[in-house]
Design a protein around this ligand. Structure first.
Ligand code: NDP
Length: 497
């Protein structure tokens, strides 16, 4: 591989500065990780009836953290039946103001236990504690608070319509934002009066299982939220279960397509939040240092394990060299290492298999003659690590430009005109996110209107708010999460009498 570490006196001085940083470790002792975890069905934790168990691995060390139950089809049956009973025996007909009380309680409990949730998220998933503490957990609480506020006001969310819950919803979430995705799914579903069977990702089940404890503490009735841990087979059993009224899936486009095929003609409602290949479009009048920070955040947040990551940089020719030079200097400053160190900018890759995927893409780009820039500092010895990487000298047809890498890898292309920038940004089968960097408001509007993406940020990136609907177009999926649009995905709407 043609790796080009930063050389020379500036790079050396930076490396020395980093050597001086004293670790600032968040204590692991705020969390208690039990040796074994069961399934949460009908308000009780229990062993699988026909499944097995598997170890959940700490990405930063490669060591096993706990043994987690793997639900088989009979367990999924039980969970769906428990959710159905809870739906029919009270949750469906409960006044919205009472459902709101439960959701407010849960939101407050998430805030009370924020430190514990953040540490556990970083241990189980590998993301820096700064992110789990400042992004994942506060946003999870915000989603719960926001939807608690809607629970007794659904008729205002969809004026002129009578809103009813759908029934039992099956929710399947990925490993990149385990707690946050659980909150994105659970909050609107409960606010609208549905009950839930949730399947967390195989590699990151622990914060969902802690959330189950908080759900019990909030006294949310038994069976309203059931959690079935396991791998893809558990997800498939849930998605195709005839007792489910809606499937909400976040994950890869390939699995999403399979679920859509399986549900075709069944009448089961479906929303899909899938992959992405987001672009930053940086024009020559942009504030470059601000753009550099936004690009770094857009691609290296959570090691690039972000569906809406800005993984393609499109830079206008006049500033492309300068922007690239600043980015190369900037990645030398990123601190890679222990997710529990508050200094860490880039944590561990979520799993050994995801590390192999990322390596494969970058090796392929190097073999295709692309230039690969990576920081010069060594990576930790144990665990799963990949350095922030900039791939330049690409044409646009390379695999690394076309496919979702889901890792800390940015490709760089140039453009001359707005039209060329839009054409290149849209040259992807995905359509989830984009960022436009320019000081001209008219240019922001002209470009944004032509971008085929569910979310377009202007002079910023990765900004989330529970009031703002999020979702994709084309192979990034359909349906929205957040905002009034997200609520409507969990409701049957009839014209008001
Ligand atoms: P998946 O799409 O396989 O995983 C997402 C969720 O779906 C997980 O809970 C998974 O379970 C579950 N699942 C897997 N197979 C099935 C199935 N047949 N039916 C129902 N549910 C299923 O993503 P991966 O974790 O395998 O990651 C692969 C690639 O997907 C990544 O490299 C990345 O490119 C992309 N990805 C995109 C995400 C996004 O938000 N856009 C999120 C995650 C991945 P389990 O974890 O047990 O396999």
């Amino acid at each position: 591989m043609t790796t080009t570490p930063l050389q020379g006196s500036a790079g050396d001085r930076l490396a020395e500065t980093f050597a001086d940083y004293v670790p600032s470790l968040e204590g692991r002792d705020v969390v208690t990780i039990r040796p074994r975890y069961g399934l949460v069905i009908g308000g009780e934790e229990r062993s699988p009836r026909d499944g097995g168990s598997y170890p959940t691995i700490e990405p930063a060390t490669g060591g096993a953290l706990a043994e987690v139950a793997e639900a088989g089809p009979a367990d999924v049956d039980d969970a769906v039946a428990a959710a159905r009973r809870a739906y029919e025996d009270g949750w469906r007909d409960m006044p919205g103001r009472r459902r709101a009380v439960y959701l407010f309680r849960l939101a407050r409990l998430v805030q009370d236990r924020a430190r514990e949730l953040a540490v556990l998220e970083s241990i189980d998933g590998g993301k820096p504690i700064r992110e789990s503490r400042d992004i994942d957990v506060p946003l999870a609480a915000a989603h719960l608070f926001h939807h608690a506020g809607w629970a007794d006001k659904l008729e205002y969310a969809v004026p002129g319509m009578r809103a009813r819950p759908l029934g039992v919803v099956g929710q399947i979430i990925p490993w990149n934002f385990p707690l946050l995705m659980a909150a994105w799914k659970i909050a609107p579903a409960l606010a609208c009066g549905n009950t839930i069977v949730l399947k967390p990702a195989e590699t990151t089940p622990l914060t969902a299982l802690l959330l189950a404890e908080l759900i019990r503490e909030a006294e949310i009735p038994a069976g309203v939220v059931n959690i079935v841990t396991g791998a893809g087979a558990t997800g498939a059993a849930l998605a195709s279960h005839p007792g489910i009224d809606k499937v909400a899936f976040t994950g890869s486009t390939e699995v999403g397509k399979g679920i859509r095929r399986a549900l075709a003609g069944t009448g089961t409602r479906l929303t899909l939040e899938l992959g992405g290949k987001g672009a930053h479009l940086v024009f020559d009048d942009a504030a470059l240092d601000q753009a550099v920070e936004g690009i770094v955040d857009g691609i290296f947040l959570n090691q690039g394990h972000v569906c809406c990551a800005g993984s393609r940089l499109l830079a206008q020719e006049g500033i492309a060299d300068e922007l690239l030079a600043r980015l190369r200097r900037r990645i030398e400053l990123l601190r890679i290492g222990d997710p529990l160190d508050k200094n860490t900018d880039v944590g561990a890759i979520n799993s050994a298999s995801q590390l192999e995927i990322i390596r494969g893409y970058v090796d392929g780009a190097a073999s295709a003659g692309c230039r690969i820039d990576q920081p010069s500092r060594p990576l930790p010895q144990r665990g799963f690590w990949f350095p922030p990487t900039i791939v330049s000298g690409v044409g646009g047809s390379e695999t690394i430009v076309r496919e979702e890498v889901f890792g800390p890898v940015l490709t760089v292309q140039t453009f001359r005109t707005e039209a060329e920038a839009v054409a290149k940004a849209n040259a992807t089968r995905y359509g989830l996110s984009a960022g436009v960097w320019t000081e001209k408001g008219s240019r922001i509007l002209w470009v944004s209107e032509r971008l085929r993406a569910g979310v377009v940020w202007a002079n910023c990136f990765n900004q989330f708010d529970p009031a703002s609907p999020f979702g994709g177009v084309r192979e990034s999926g359909f349906g929205r999460e957040g905002g009034r649009q997200g609520l409507a995905e969990y409701l049957t709407l009839d014209p008001a009498a």
